[in-house]
Ligand binder design. Structure first.
Ligand code: GLA
Length: 390
């Protein structure tokens, strides 16, 4: 995590000194252990918060200006906190602006403006939820500074709404929920339709979660993501001939699905739906496996998840597949899969602690040989959700 004193100095050199106190907040990134493309289908997901994410320094102003700046980018600006609108040229700043807009819509009247300085530690475009991290830390910080209630389930929902409506990205609830509600050394078993959730201790003994970043630019993710969403809706519409009440694929058990899947005309749409119902079943089996300390079973489920995302949901792509294939060749790897939306981004693997160096070397070399790209690796510890640091 960043050195807070240094960040406060950067804050003051950017915004000047003042009597008002600088408060410091942090929201993590997330990794999804299993349960991919199930959230918008009302199914289960099993993510965990990372120990790194976005640190936000915030200080009250005397006027109604909102100062936005980041240690990661040179540009910053002041706008009126009362009037925020989307502007493509504002890039990452549209995430905090979306939150301010969403808070307005919920009737929050700001008592003043604020200066904000962000420090992001999540590699951009890595699929570890840098945008959700910015959204959630902004909402939590602004509500805290205004002395309002900071219910983290509510904050996840308003952050998702902001991303869907203000930023036009039709993501599900998983990322914002994990970033807002994570807990150190726990995974979150979340039912995305009802938002009921349980914190499950993640005890991996002598095994480590290792994240591999493909560093592949995730072009066209949004359009392919939205296409998958509509294919799932199409499957629901056709399955209603057998289950008239059906609104989301997550409401079907795998058995119910298999009895009725012949009703889906298009082979591709049927495969997408099959991935979703079976992936949901794998999340529940993973929960059982982790609770009974059966890491081998959990690793098998991770592998099955990736294979289904590759063959049925078709969201992996050459880079993620190359990295996963290389990972599975290393002794002491129990499972390896893509994590997040896919089409680039990261993989997550369960690796014996004695093999981590060997893993990085072997997978790094094989990955570069296969793709010409250079991978990064992070040994992952599970951290807390959004919190005030100081
Ligand atoms: C992205 C979205 C999530 C989820 C995953 C796929 O991370 O933001 O809502 O749909 O893809 O599981």
């Amino acid at each position: 995590m960043a050195n807070i004193q240094e960040l406060i100095e950067q804050f003051e050199s950017r915004y000047g000194a003042s009597q008002a106190e600088v408060a410091v907040f942090h929201a993590p990134g997330r990794v999804n252990l299993i349960g991919e493309h199930t959230d918008y289908n009302g199914g289960y997901v099993f993510p965990a918060a990372l120990t790194f994410g976005t640190t936000l320094l915030i200080r009250k102003r005397e006027d109604n200006q909102l100062g936005l700046a980041s240690t990661n980018f040179p540009a910053g600006k002041h706008i009126s906190i009362e009037q925020v609108s989307y502007d493509e040229a504002d890039d990452w700043m549209n995430y905090p602006k979306g939150i301010v807009n969403e808070l307005h819509q919920r009737g929050v009247v700001f008592s003043s403006g604020y200066d904000l300085l962000y420090h992001g530690e999540i590699p951009n475009g890595s699929g570890l939820s840098s945008s959700a991290s910015i959204e959630v830390v902004t909402a939590f910080a602004l509500l805290s500074m205004e002395g309002q209630e900071t219910n983290t389930v509510d904050i996840a929902l308003l952050s998702q709404k902001s991303e869907n409506e203000f930023n036009g990205v039709k993501c599900g609830i998983m990322d914002q929920f994990a970033v807002a509600n994570g807990k150190k050394d726990h995974a979150i078993l979340l039912m995305c339709d009802t938002l009921e959730y349980e914190l499950v201790p993640f005890q991996s003994g002598s095994y480590k979660l290792v994240i591999g970043n493909t560093n592949k630019r995730r072009g066209l993710v949004d359009s392919k993501y939205n296409e998958r969403r509509s294919q799932c809706e199409q499957a629901v519409a056709e399955l209603r001939a057998a289950y008239p009440e059906l609104t989301l694929l997550g409401q079907l058990t795998a058995e119910q699905f298999h009895e009725a899947k012949h009703l889906i005309q298009d082979d591709i749409v049927r495969s997408r739906a099959e991935h979703v119902v079976e992936e949901i079943a794998r999340v529940l089996q993973s929960n059982e496996a982790l609770r009974s300390n059966d890491l081998h079973k959990f690793g098998e489920l991770m592998n099955a998840s990736h294979d289904s995302l590759r063959n049925l949901y078709e969201v992996t792509g050459a880079e993620l597949d190359a990295m996963v294939d290389a990972a599975r060749q290393v002794e002491g790897v129990l499972g390896s899969r893509m994590t997040g939306a896919g089409f680039g981004g990261c993989t997550v693997s369960l690796v014996h602690e004695d093999q981590v160096e060997q893993f990085k070397q072997h997978v790094g070399e094989r990955y570069t040989a296969a793709t010409g790209l250079v991978a990064d690796f992070y040994v992952c510890n599970i951290g807390n959700g959004v919190e005030r640091l100081q």
